[in-house]
Design a protein around this ligand. Structure first.
Ligand code: AMP
Length: 417
């Protein structure tokens, strides 16, 4: 049975908490952005205040073996600063028995990177490139088998389990899902997970109308499931960025050298048809800022979206598109935004995405409820100083997309189930 952090009695108990401490580090291992650590603090402080102790577990980066570059020891001091208590460190997440057993109420132990072990993700490592299917299958079976002992060891350290790592909630890993089995009556969400789930429910289940989704980014293929699920929910669907050109080509437009996916043209046509049938206002770009090369200093020219000359590619949303989208966004009561409407990494082509951030913030000031997720969209609202002018900024791009696609996230299911 799922518990709640507010009502659970932590007195004298050890809580193992899956946090997302996958923070960016510079070449000297200094943390360049500790948002993720700060995001976990309310949950962690609550457990300590209520008389519990903490065993924290996370991944950092994508190590394929033990690699000091990805050691969580680099972040011990910052976690300690943010929590205001000393933090002990266990330099092997599978050999922390004694340290965990010795923890007293109010104490904190951080485990070394879970992904030093293949068992965390449950995927075989070190397979030869020419491995046969048989060998792959056997390796997969072996890691799944050893994963059981890995999970059991982590679970043995604690009396209860908290998942507060939304960023990995879409993965059925040892620490994000499998471990919950060992705590059938002592498992719960952390506050961050709770807020993320509530934010998604707010748009998918309780949206006030008009509800507008703005979906951008590079490829239709990576967000087709999201688009299809949204067609049943939204009043307006704005599709911008690289993925928009497949829709224009599908209608016979000339898109020059713009990014597109020919094999997704049938899907694009289907989305357009479904939008019409469901009464969804599908708003595509009408004009683009093009360039002849994928470079910040490239000459920029505005083109009608159906007539981009050969040699030019659409790189950013032009004013005519932005005007249409501004009207739609400002008239909305619920807004969901994921993905840039241009090549946001190149400052000269970031204008469209920055304007979207501005419109979403303005609509929110006027009473709309807005959820922003995904690396570039979050970077845009942050860069423009609007992070606290939108209703909620999601900490998990991939997890948020899967939730919007209508999938139940393994990390969520494991707590609820
Ligand atoms: P995604 O990860 O799917 O949200 O896509 C983000 C990427 O889409 C960013 O790296 C952008 O540079 C890219 N992108 C957005 N618009 C365009 C465009 N018009 N042409 C090429 N890439 C784009």
């Amino acid at each position: 049975m799922q518990q709640h952090i507010d009502s659970y009695d932590f007195t004298g108990k050890k809580a193992i908490v899956r946090v997302d401490f996958n923070v960016p580090l510079d070449e000297n291992f200094n943390i360049t952005d500790d948002t993720r650590i700060r995001a976990a603090v309310p949950t962690l402080k609550k457990v300590l205040e209520k008389g519990g102790s903490l065993i924290l577990m996370s991944h950092l980066g994508r190590p394929k073996k033990v690699d000091p570059k990805f050691s969580l020891k680099h972040i011990v001091n910052r976690v300690s600063e943010r929590l205001g208590v000393p933090v002990q460190f266990a330099d092997d997440c599978q050999a922390a028995d004694a340290q965990a057993a010795a923890l007293k109420p109010g104490e904190v132990l951080l485990l070394e990177n879970l992904r030093y072990y293949a068992e965390e993700e449950g995927k075989p490592r070190g397979l030869a490139d020419d491995a046969t299917d048989e060998e792959k299958k056997a390796a997969k079976k072996a890691v799944k088998e050893s994963q059981k002992a890995f999970v059991k060891k982590l679970a043995s350290y604690a009396d209860c389990y908290i998942n507060d790592a939304f960023g990995t909630a879409h993965r059925a890993h040892a620490s994000t899902a499998l471990i919950a089995e060992y705590f059938p009556n002592d498992k719960m969400f952390g506050y961050l997970m709770e807020k993320e789930i509530a934010a998604i429910d707010n748009v998918l289940k309780n949206a006030k109308r008009p509800f507008t989704a703005i979906i951008g980014g590079s490829k239709v293929s990576s967000k087709l499931g999201v688009i299809k699920n949204l067609l049943d929910k939204v009043d307006n669907l704005i599709i911008g960025g690289g993925m928009g050109y497949t829709f224009i080509k599908a209608q016979g437009g000339h898109i020059g050298n713009s990014l597109h996916e020919d094999e997704l043209i049938p899907d694009a046509l289907e989305v357009m048809k479904a939008a019409k049938e469901k009464g969804v206002n599908l708003s595509l770009s009408v004009a683009t800022v093009g360039a002849q090369e994928f470079s910040n200093d490239a000459e920029r020219k505005v083109f009608d979206i159906f007539n981009i000359p050969d040699g030019w590619e659409g790189m950013d949303a032009a004013e005519a598109s932005l005007e249409n989208w501004k009207k739609i966004i400002l008239a909305s009561k619920t807004i969901l935004w994921n993905g840039p409407v241009g090549v946001f990494e190149l400052p000269n082509f970031a204008h469209g995405t920055e304007k979207i951030a501005e419109y979403v913030a303005e609509a929110t000031q006027n009473g709309a409820w807005s959820l922003v997720g995904g690396g570039d969209s979050v970077a845009a609202v942050t860069k423009m100083g609007f992070a606290d002018k939108v209703s909620y900024v999601s900490t998990g791009g991939g997890a948020m997309l899967e939730a919007i696609e209508g999938k139940e996230l393994p990390g969520v299911a494991a707590i609820r189930g």
